[in-house]
Ligand binder design. Structure first.
Ligand code: BMP
Length: 258
């Protein structure tokens, strides 16, 4: 028999003061205040589009997730503008970099190079494949800046190896480094620690899949499995009315809040 997913019994507002990680505290309080658990996956190719979406969908989200390296016209000033909209609409920035190398290398990928991710992303994520040294390497750069790390415990794509005992290992690794890790990317709740925030991608209004094996579940599926934040990309970005779609996601999701 499949183990039953954990469900958070506490509201976001109740959890905020219990969380010790500064980003978890801030995000839970923001979710409670703004009444949204929606994260926009803003996978676009130009600065103009990124900033337009940040302004347009910003009022409905708690987190804006970027893949900054797919911008074809990246220049550092886009970060200042992104920060402007993050402040204007009160949301956090999550760079979905999926670090996966040894600690030394990820510390450089995080802080150096063209994107200087450590200087602006409230949240980043990492695979656990290389072992806990990856957490130490990232923490060296992000810890003193008050950043947070999410561990990729489960993936939404068909045939993924990130499931079962792998996810359990991620949970243990995350909980053992709770001074920097503040949650997971997963398909359900894994940790019952109040400050561990669960982000779930692969969400659409209707179940389905894309042509590369992305698997979509509904808001209800994901939130009744105990996740906290739904990550939605194409179902909003490609909607006939993206603002109405974002508003609908926010409202529908709120019916499943603890
Ligand atoms: P969409 O809703 O358009 O399928 O976008 C999903 C987003 O979530 C993408 O940015 C992808 O990189 C990310 N993602 C995912 O789809 N599955 C995972 O397991 C982990 C992810 O970060």
């Amino acid at each position: 028999m499949q183990p039953q997913p954990l469900r958070s019994m506490n509201t976001f507002a109740d959890r905020a003061p219990l969380a010790t990680h500064p980003i978890a505290k801030k995000l839970l309080a923001l979710m409670a205040k703004k009444r949204t658990n929606l994260c926009l996956a803003c996978d676009v190719l130009t600065k103009k589009e990124l900033l337009l979406w940040a302004d347009l969908i910003g009022p409905f989200i708690c987190v804006l997730k970027t893949h900054i390296d797919i911008l074809e016209d990246f220049t550092p000033d886009v970060i200042d503008e992104l920060n402007f909209f993050a402040k204007k609409h009160d949301f956090l920035l999550f760079e979905d970099r999926k670090f996966a190398d040894i600690g030394q290398t990820v510390s450089l990928q995080y802080a150096k190079g063209m994107y200087r991710i450590a200087d602006w992303a409230d949240l980043i994520n990492a695979h656990i494949i290389s072992g806990p040294g990856i957490i130490a390497g990232l923490q060296q750069e992000g810890g003193s800046k008050g950043r947070g790390l999410l561990l990729l415990a489960e993936m939404s794509s068909a045939g993924t190896s990130a499931r079962g005992s792998y996810a359990e290992k991620a949970r243990r690794m995350g909980e053992a480094h709770a001074d920097f890790v503040c949650g997971f990317v997963s398909q359900r709740r894994l940790s019952d620690q109040p400050g561990m925030i669960h982000f779930t991608p692969g969400v659409k209004l209707e179940k389905g899949k894309d042509s590369f094996g992305q698997r979509y579940r509904t808001i209800e599926d994901v939130l009744t499995a105990g996740s906290d934040i739904i990550i939605v990309g194409r179902d909003i970005l490609q909607a006939a009315d993206p603002v109405a779609a974002a508003a609908l996601y926010r409202k529908k999701a709120s019916h499943f809040y603890p």
